[in-house]
Design a protein around this ligand. Structure first.
Ligand SMILES: *Cc1c(COP(=O)(O)O)cnc(C)c1O
Length: 211
């Protein structure tokens, strides 16, 4: 487990959803500081109870009415999946005088997740004027979840395509530096395909009983 956590080549987000404070503390005490949650309420509760030097990553679908609450406690939002959400994050960040780090979620499997932009949509949105348009947003990059399949060829195609998109937008927008792809079952392949941020739950904390 410590193998996955510590590496110079990527950031590992330890996905602690459904796991209790004691389990998270054990990983924290190994020196790990990046943790991910997929529910706003759970993230906020854990953020309150755990040390304040943790970087909390919001990795699950985010409803616009919860943006206000998540902004002050999240380090990076991986799951920006609509223009509406983008607008609300920009507006709410402005109100609290901050600039929010976000990733645009791409629907790379077109079935595993029902969330995320299609490539055509994201391509139209992310042009040279993006940062000028969204003054209180720092676009750091992209997130995607591959299909749930045993077939590595399918997964590899999806990761390669997302990496190409990332490389192309990185040239266009100076703040883009992060590609969040890879979970417990496919992180090795994701890293080969150019990922520099992996989101690992069960491989660190053990299987979850639900979700
Ligand atoms: C739960 C979750 C993960 C981690 O999944 P594992 O298979 O347990 O590693 C990664 N990303 C997202 C968006 C998740 O919801």
């Amino acid at each position: 487990m410590e193998n996955i956590l510590n590496n110079d080549n990527y950031i590992c987000v330890a996905v602690s959803k459904t796991k209790p404070i004691e389990e998270i503390s054990k990983v924290y005490n190994l020196g790990h500081r990046d943790f991910g949650e997929n529910k706003v309420q759970e993230l906020i509760k854990k953020q309150k109870e755990l040390p304040k030097d943790i970087n909390w990553h919001m990795i699950g679908h985010l409803q616009t009415n919860k943006v206000k609450r998540i902004l002050p406690v999240s380090y990076l939002i991986h799951s920006v999946d609509s223009i509406k959400l983008l607008n609300v994050i920009d507006k709410e960040s402005k109100k609290i005088n901050s600039i929010s780090n976000i990733l645009i979620q791409l629907n790379i499997s077109e079935e595993t997740s029902k969330y995320g932009f299609l490539y055509e949509e994201a391509d139209a949105l992310i042009n040279r004027d993006f940062l000028k348009k969204y003054n209180n947003i720092n676009l750091r990059g992209f997130m995607g979840m591959a299909s749930f399949t045993e077939d590595d060829n399918i997964i590899k195609k999806q990761f390669d395509k997302l990496n190409n998109f990332f490389m192309q937008k990185k040239k266009l927008i100076e703040t883009v530096d992060t590609l969040s792809m890879g979970m417990s079952n496919d992180y090795k392949l994701a890293l080969k395909c150019g990922s520099n941020m992996i989101r690992i739950g069960s491989k660190i904390f053990g299987e979850r009983n639900y979700q």
